[in-house]
Design a binder for this molecule. Structure first.
Ligand code: AMP
Length: 313
């Protein structure tokens, strides 16, 4: 089943306590597509780059079976640029620069061949742009959206309008609290689900992710890795893995949603092992199998029936 990915295709400069990388390939759309393509086909990308974006980066995506017909090149501007510095606690980062460049005037035109896409992943972008994309898709089966504090604070009305058209919202815990005005995540989930998305995924960085649907909550761990170099793009890869699984299975019942969360977490766990997209480029099927098995081991709760008896008086 087809996956349409809309997001930034970017240059990133990243500093972590373990090193620095300058103007490397990044962007929410890039990470989502690179993760989704392990699970689904075709994966189609809509975005914009500038005159300075090397053709080699586009080739890198194409060689990994990602359809780039919808990746527009604006010859009059420069590519979106983001710079960030992570703290010693890698859950914390400072944004040092965000240069919208060609993104400032981006008006997405969805190629004819993409308009029948069934799963639509709206990566972190201006909600007005996200809505324009939805306007052009004939009848998506599932719309998955990511956003960030900036849009929650600066364009709340536009965000609420697009949320009403979304099936799954994937955000982090601080964004969930801010969007709902509720400090408690369970209550926050109820408030957000009333805004439109029937399924809500709350990412908690190294503490895993929570899935809220109807009356059920599911918790998936993050993999406890020994070597973490760069968390950039982990959230986006999570979304790509999540959507890719639902596209592959053509289902979104509670069981498949749970599997999707685990696959999203697994793909995110690879991203952080190297700078930028490096670790996400050439995973083998066996890498994913081994990691999923490790995830399963991590979360097995043994039979508790013999542990419930209270001491008799
Ligand atoms: P994540 O670590 O999942 O938040 O995603 C990081 C990626 O998002 C980087 O590759 C950036 O290029 C991209 N990014 C950073 N800021 C923004 C923004 N304001 N809008 C869209 N994409 C962004």
């Amino acid at each position: 089943m087809s996956v349409l990915v809309v997001g930034t295709v970017a240059f990133d400069t990243i500093e972590t306590p373990f090193g620095k990388a300058e103007r490397i390939l990044g962007g929410s759309g890039t990470y989502i597509a690179l993760a989704a393509r392990y699970l689904a086909t075709p994966v189609r990308v809509v975005g914009v780059v500038g005159h300075d974006f090397p053709e080699a980066h586009v080739d890198l995506l194409r060689k990994r079976d990602i359809d780039t017909e919808g990746l527009e090149r604006d010859p009059d501007g420069e590519t979106f640029f983001w710079a960030g510095r992570y703290h010693y606690d890698l859950n914390r980062r400072d944004t040092l620069a965000t240069h919208l460049n060609v993104l400032a005037t981006f008006d997405p035109v969805i190629p004819e061949a993409y308009r029948d896409s069934k799963i639509v992943c709206l990566g972190n972008l201006d909600p007005t742009v996200q809505a324009k994309v939805l306007d052009q898709i004939a009848s998506p089966d599932l719309v998955v959206l990511d956003t960030m504090n900036y849009w929650i604070e600066h364009t709340p009305k536009e965000l609420r309008r697009v949320l009403d058209r979304v099936d799954v919202l994937v955000i982090n815990d601080s964004e969930a609290r801010e969007l709902s005005g509720e400090p408690n995540l369970v209550r926050a989930a109820a408030v957000i689900r009333d805004m439109g998305p029937q399924t809500l995924v709350i990412k908690k960085g190294e503490h895993g992710a929570l899935l809220f649907t109807n009356d059920t909550v599911f918790s998936a761990p993050a993999f406890p890795l020994e070597d973490i170099y760069d968390p950039t793009g982990a959230g986006d890869a999570f979304m790509g893995g999540f959507a890719g699984h639902l596209a592959r299975t053509d289902a979104n019942d509670p069981e498949e949603l749970r599997r999707a969360i685990v696959l999203g977490s697994a793909l995110a766990s690879f991203v952080v092992e190297a700078f930028g997209t490096d670790r996400l480029l050439d995973l083998e099927a066996s890498d994913l199998e081994v990691r999923i098995a490790a995830f399963q081991d991590l979360s097995v709760i043994p039979d508790m029936s013999r542990s419930l008896a209270m001491p008799s008086a």
